[in-house]
Design a protein. Structure first.
Length: 454
């Protein structure tokens, strides 16, 4: 009897990469490979890379180098590198790192089995099998995944690529122009995920609010898709991520407000608030329209949680423009917020702009923004004390407490709710009373369990 090839998998980057990883894991398992989480027990290791920012490429190179060192030491036999870094750097990655056995681009996900088993690629660079195609105008199906998230929640990709023209962004050059999955395929994938135990689905794409619009016509757009998914039996939470602000319509806001199972949560990356910086970024929206949109979301969706992402240190950003952004963060009081320093990415328009700022200045501005948001987040957490809400249990801790999330807390990126004296199992819901806060997180007890307010 032939011993199956043992494969370890490293997934770097965003949830969109994670979906690709889960699909490839499913393909490998169906091909008879044995999936292991112990790299020391693996014959081959697959590294799904992120190539979006310089810091991500540095991380990916480090992980790849560690893998080829293990191969040189005889601990593993084959190193396969896949994903965005491969698509972005093409075969140039081979000039930096020796010992890679196969490269697989983002459009060649279905070649993962041949790449791992060493079937010989359609193209070879020295001794390396190369599976690398140009962008193709359709979305790959994400069915039959071997999921690595907890069983009760999952990510569901509704589109791929992006048609926005942000001057700092490399996604269109890596993932191509936007293309959408038909709504009936998305609904079928949602039902499959529910059948596999998911009660919460997080909708992802580079630009979810442009789903089905213009030349990407799919059904009747995002609002219609949300309403259709709201009817999927067993699907109790639907969360919208990556909502591009200039494409977020009244109909979409209405769908979030009206649908029973759609979380009152909007992840809307704004990047900045200064009119001049927004124009330089080509964001397609100005401060006035941004503020109208944000207040409309709060007015039409009572209790909504709004998360955003900002960029500090864009080329030419003045002290005054940065302080405008800081004051905006203080005034609007976002429920959750992430900040990234501007990364000068070669071949983007922003890389050619004058006024590139030193890394030290960019990091100082990141720290200042996060300090401003920390004050806001801590105050908002304290204001939740005494409230009652429903929590989805994610895990049980050794001390008997559980970690869960209310509908305004997305997995991995937001705070959590710690529930004491709770017997509820992961994947189940429990109604709790908030008795305290711990920095970004909440502390609660199940209703009927009386503990003093912290």
């Amino acid at each position: 009897m032939t011993t199956p090839t043992r494969v370890a998998f490293v997934s770097l980057g965003c949830p969109k990469n994670l979906v690709d990883s889960e699909k490839m894991l499913g393909q490998l398992a169906e091909a008879g490979c044995a999936i292991t989480f112990d790299e020391s027990d693996a014959d081959a290791i697959v590294i799904n890379t992120c190539g979006f920012l310089g810091v991500a490429r540095i991380e990916a190179d480090q992980v790849i180098r560690e893998a080829v060192e293990r191969k040189a030491a005889g601990q593993i036999k084959r190193v396969v590198v896949v994903g965005c870094l491969v698509q972005r750097d093409k075969e140039a990655i081979l000039t930096r790192i020796d010992g890679i056995d196969a490269l697989v681009g983002v459009n060649n996900r279905d070649d993962i089995v041949r790449a791992v088993l060493g079937g010989g690629g359609p193209k070879r660079d020295r001794t390396v099998d190369v599976y690398l195609s140009d962008y193709h105008p359709f979305t790959q199906l994400d069915t039959a995944r071997l999921r690595i998230t907890p069983r009760h929640y999952a990510y569901l990709r509704i589109s791929e690529g992006c048609d926005q023209k942000c001057t700092f962004c490399t996604i269109p050059s890596i993932r191509g122009r936007m293309h959408c999955k038909p709504p009936e395929i998305i609904a079928a994938e949602a039902r499959e995920l529910v059948g596999d135990g998911a009660v919460e689905i997080n909708l992802i794409g580079q630009d979810t609010t442009s789903y089905g619009l213009g030349e990407h016509k799919c059904g009747d757009g995002l609002a219609s898709l949300l309403r259709e998914l709201d009817t999927v039996a067993g699907l109790l939470r639907i969360r919208l991520m990556y909502a591009y602000p200039s494409a977020l319509t009244d109909d979409m806001i209405g769908a979030i407000a009206d649908c029973e199972h759609v979380c009152k949560y909007v992840d809307i990356p704004l990047q900045h608030i200064s009119d001049r910086i927004l124009r330089a970024m080509h964001r397609g929206i100005d401060r006035a329209a941004t503020e109208i949109l944000l207040h409309k979301i709060r007015d039409r969706i009572p209790g909504v949680a709004i998360r955003t992402t900002l960029m500090a240190g864009f080329p030419g950003e003045t002290d005054e423009e940065f302080q405008e952004l800081v004051q905006f963060v203080k005034d609007f009081r976002f429920d959750a917020l992430g900040v990234f320093p501007y990364s000068c990415e070669p071949q983007t328009p922003a890389a050619r702009m004058k006024g590139q700022l030193p890394d030290t200045v960019k990091q100082e501005r990141v720290d200042t923004l996060m300090t401003a948001q920390q004050d806001v987040a801590f105050a908002l957490a304290e204001e939740r004390v005494g409230s009652r809400f429903e929590v989805l249990v994610d895990q049980r801790l050794d001390d008997g407490a559980i970690v869960g999330r209310h509908e305004g807390q997305a997995p991995t990126v937001d705070g959590v709710t710690y529930v004491r004296e709770c017997q509820t199992s992961p994947g189940e819901f429990v109604t709790v009373n908030c008795i305290g806060s711990d920095t970004y997180d909440l502390v609660a007890t199940p209703t009927g369990v009386d503990l003093p307010v912290l």
